[in-house]
Design a protein around this ligand. Structure first.
Ligand SMILES: NC(=O)c1ccc[n+]([C@@H]2O[C@H](COP(=O)([O-])OP(=O)(O)OC[C@H]3O[C@@H](n4cnc5c(N)ncnc54)[C@H](O)[C@@H]3O)[C@@H](O)[C@H]2O)c1
Length: 427
């Protein structure tokens, strides 16, 4: 029987063993959905603590409740290991490792390369490799294909390779890994067919595209779309500030137009492992092809100005109270990059805190999801939120609009509020 037919058979009877490399915000939810569909999963991670936690049934990812993980681990449907040589055991390898930027804002594909090297050592006929990490168009074919077509193995015949971007939105109660349509681009038609068969029981909807490059670009278009539109409304916030017009009122009224307008809201700037980073992967690739992606550059510029804009609003507010920033008590509400999650990666709240500290403010913060901050020289512990901590602050900055906070108390107790999310206006 050919490798392709054997894999299609294993997809049908759920006997395929899935390997997931990287058990973070993307990999762990994916592993759980695969196991829930009836397959068995062997998860791989470099961190002993992550592996030990998962094997004990404990989830370290907010979107995966421990109550969901424990029974799957108990039933032997999910196991984790740091031993990459066990990649030889699995039929499918889904790669979910980080794709950050270097200090010079170039793609850092070192994690993808390390995962690719681990695969190279173990690859055998009958295996499928799916890259899920967000990356620039060409990565799957340029970096992974040569690491898989080794020892005479041929992609599309002996082994199979595809790109399928993970679109998970942490903290989103409606759209999760399973019900968010899954885009797949195979290197050959057989690659696409095999991955579709394996992913069909896991996801509600599959969206096949004609190549890995198309699938890689889908993800970059989506996140560039968000970055550009957020950049537009952030610029509108600065425009409205100069015109003394309420930007939230303008946006809410514009959003009543039933066609041709999509609502985006201003804020403290971009955060997380996706929107501030992914568009730069495309910009980098296009620079190499002598093309400047202007929208990406401008949106990046505007969005990264936002923390400084809001810190200026704090300074202006304190000035009205005849106080300098230096020595003033500023309480920052929220450290996570968006509401109801615990992720502080690239969080603009951290930039706001850093800028305030640089100007000599005495900064404290509250975040129910982030008890401690140890980022780039910022070492703080979340304070309790109540009239006792709010009233003494010279200014309160709402950086993240977590749903569970008592905004009525905040509005009543605070002397002055800089609300980057319009959290008080929503009530
Ligand atoms: N977080 C999101 O919201 C999100 C959404 C969609 C797509 N993505 C993309 O998914 C990818 C993963 O992001 P994430 O947020 O899950 O990252 P993460 O940091 O939460 O998880 C990555 C995990 O991979 C492990 N790891 C790193 N190198 C490894 C290796 N060589 N072998 C085994 N394990 C390794 C790390 O220890 C970590 O546990 C990125 O490309 C990201 O852009 C993220």
């Amino acid at each position: 029987m050919s490798s392709e037919l054997r894999l299609l058979e294993k997809a049908r009877d759920r006997s395929a063993l899935f390997g997931v490399i990287g058990l973070g915000y993307v990999g762990l939810p994916l592993a759980v959905e695969i196991a829930d569909a009836g397959f068995t999963v062997l998860g791989f991670d470099l961190k002993e603590s992550v592996v030990a936690g998962i094997n004990a049934g404990h989830s370290h990812i907010q979107d995966v409740p421990t109550t969901r993980l424990t029974p799957l681990v108990g039933a032997g449907k999910i196991t984790a290991t740091t031993d990459m040589s066990r990649l030889s055991e699995v039929d499918v390898i889904s790669i979910c490792v980080p794709t950050p930027l270097s200090k010079t804002k170039d793609p850092d594909v070192s994690y993808v390369l390390a995962a690719g090297e681990a695969v190279t050592k173990e690859i055998r006929a009958g295996q499928v490799v799916v890259l899920e990490s967000t990356t620039y168009p060409g990565t799957t074919r340029e970096l992974l294909l040569p690491r898989i077509e080794v020892q005479g193995l041929e992609v599309g015949k002996d082994v199979f390779l595809a790109f399928s971007p993970e679109r998970v939105d942490p903290g989103n109660p409606t759209w999760q890994t399973k019900n968010t349509p899954k885009v797949i681009g195979g290197v050959t038609p057989a690659c696409l067919q095999v991955v579709q068969a394996l992913y069909e029981p896991v996801f509600d909807t599959l969206v096949p595209v004609s190549s890995p490059e198309a699938a890689e670009l889908v993800k970059l278009l989506e996140n560039t779309f968000r970055s550009v539109n957020i950049g537009l409304v952030n610029e509108m916030a600065m425009v409205c500030d100069r015109l003394a017009v309420n930007v939230w009122e303008v946006i809410d009224a514009a959003a009543t137009k039933p066609f041709g307008f999509m609502k985006f809201t201003p804020g403290p700037g971009l955060g997380g492992h996706c929107i501030p980073i992914d568009p730069h992967y495309l910009a980098w690739k296009m620079r190499a092809l002598n093309y400047k992606t202007r929208f990406i550059e401008v949106a990046g510029e505007v969005n990264s100005e936002m923390p400084a804009f809001w810190v200026r609003k704090v300074a202006e507010g304190l000035n009205e109270d005849s106080k300098p920033v230096r020595g003033s008590n500023v309480l920052v509400i929220g450290a996570a990059y968006k509401k109801d999650i615990d992720d502080v990666r690239e969080s603009p709240a951290l930039d706001i805190i850093r800028l305030l500290l640089q100007q000599g403010a005495k900064v404290s913060y509250h975040d129910p999801h982030v008890p401690q901050l140890h980022e780039d020289g910022v070492e703080l512990a979340s304070v309790l939120l109540g009239p006792d901590t709010v009233a003494p602050a010279d200014c309160v900055v709402i950086a993240t609009d977590h749903s569970t906070l008592d905004y009525t108390m905040l509005a009543n107790a605070a002397r002055r509020v800089v609300d980057t999310r319009n959290a008080l206006g929503k009530g």
